[in-house]
Design a protein around this ligand. Sequence first.
Ligand code: SF4
Length: 79
Amino acid sequence: MADYCSKVPENVPGPWYVDATCTPCRTCLDVDGADSLIKWNDDETYVYFHEQPIGDAQVAIAEEIMAVCPTAAVGSDGE
Ligand code: SF4
């Protein structure tokens, strides 16, 4: 389970975030529409939410990103 207290600093404020357990394996980037919400940090050592999902379609993308992450690095309990 992702930990809000260890979310990476680039995440935009809001409920969705990536925490420090991102490996990064790239799996989530294969989700259709993922690039509208997440992208690499400058060093490509992890990904982060550059946008919070707005509306049902984008929330569905965020939920899929969470579902496919093998390290459970994606959380939706942030602020
Ligand atoms: S699927 Fe999870 S571990 Fe892999 S790049 Fe995405 S957030 Fe990081």
